[in-house]
Design a protein around this ligand. Structure first.
Ligand code: AMP
Length: 113
């Protein structure tokens, strides 16, 4: 499958992976918008939050918990951080593999900062 994030999961293209388990992989965004900018993605290809099935819904909770743990590990938990899932064209989704952004380490003003 021609999916850049599937290639990261498979180790076919380099990435700065910080965490992996049987469900997700977390790595640094290649074009960071904040001092800490990580992406948490499912190992299994799901194109978008729109495609999430009822049977898969616990996966998003798992991704959120991994974000919680990585925020602590990265030292941004106390001051605060932002978790974002862009969905679809108008939602600003560019990569068609479900991903959660974890952003922190600076003041994130406004709705998206
Ligand atoms: P989105 O706009 O929500 O689809 O975000 C996609 C994100 O993936 C952007 O922040 C990109 O900088 C990031 N990105 C794209 N390619 C890579 C890559 N090879 N490694 C790490 N991050 C990437």
């Amino acid at each position: 499958m021609d999916c850049i994030f599937c290639k990261i999961v498979a180790g076919q293209i380099p990435s700065d992976v910080l965490y992996t388990d049987d469900k997700v992989v977390a790595f640094r965004d290649i074009s960071p918008m904040a001092p800490v900018h990580l992406l948490i993605i499912p190992q299994h290809h799901i194109a978008s939050l729109t495609d999430l099935t009822e049977a898969q819904m616990s996966l998003v909770g798992h991704m959120a918990y991994v974000a919680n743990q990585l925020a602590k590990q990265q030292g941004i938990s106390e001051k605060g951080y932002r978790v974002v899932i862009n969905c679809g064209r108008q939602g600003g989704q560019v990569v068609q593999h479900l991903h959660m952004h974890l952003l922190g380490g600076r003041e994130l003003s406004g709705m998206l900062g």
